[in-house]
Design a protein around this ligand. Structure first.
Ligand code: GRF
Length: 193
């Protein structure tokens, strides 16, 4: 059973975190959500984590001791795998190096297209539709020191229908994200076992 930490942002819904924590809790994957780390208390994601009885730690990325505090929290919880879910900043280099090949992120498009700085939330789906793409989807990838740049681990695709809007596409992709992230963590659980 691998121990997973999920890092969320302050503005996210926490839906990917909840999908992962629920899959762990139901025993459908060989992983345990040992810790959720949030920059702020009382956010939607934190409330959902608490409802799922997952331990939450609040650490802000602007704090001077952020890298050390994060490394200590991860070590203390004996974390094997870090999952970013709506985490909006770059991870400190020390954390990226300490957990090389054991940090995942999910992105709401088919990387390497439609990724990078500024490509988040609705901007991504607007760009995909404006580009006239025939399909979109989501990507789970390893995290390095550049936004959306690490090697791909898993993707799921959906067609773009005539009349598709950024909003309708966002909904479809979010449903795929929840499935893809759970599958990706199970792939890692098998690799790290
Ligand atoms: C997701 O669309 C994910 O791809 C992106 O941030 C969003 C987080 O959503 N990285 P949620 O907070 O998990 O609902």
């Amino acid at each position: 059973m691998i121990r997973v930490a999920i890092l969320v942002g302050s503005k996210g819904r926490g839906s990917n975190m909840a999908a992962l924590a629920s899959a762990c809790r139901s025993g459908s994957i060989d992983a345990e959500t040992a810790l959720v780390i949030s920059p702020k208390a009382g956010t939607k994601a934190v409330l959902r984590a608490e409802a799922l009885e997952v331990p939450v730690k609040v650490l802000h990325h602007k704090s001077e001791s952020y890298a050390d505090d994060l490394l200590s929290a991860l070590a203390e919880a004996e974390i094997d795998l870090i999952c970013l879910a709506g985490y909006m900043t770059l991870l400190p280099a020390a954390v990226v190096h300490a957990y090389e090949d054991r940090i995942l992120n999910i992105h709401p498009a088919l990387l390497p297209k439609f990724g990078g700085k500024g490509m988040y939330g609705m901007h991504v789906h607007e760009a995909v539709i404006a580009a006239g793409e025939s399909e979109s989807g989501c990507s789970v990838h390893f995290v390095n020191e550049v936004y959306d740049d690490g090697a791909l681990l898993h993707q799921k695709r959906c067609p773009i229908e005539p009349g598709e809007t950024p909003e309708s596409l966002a909904e479809k992709v979010l449903d795929l994200e929840h499935l893809a992230y759970v599958e990706a963590v199970q792939i890692m659980a098998a690799r790290l076992a």
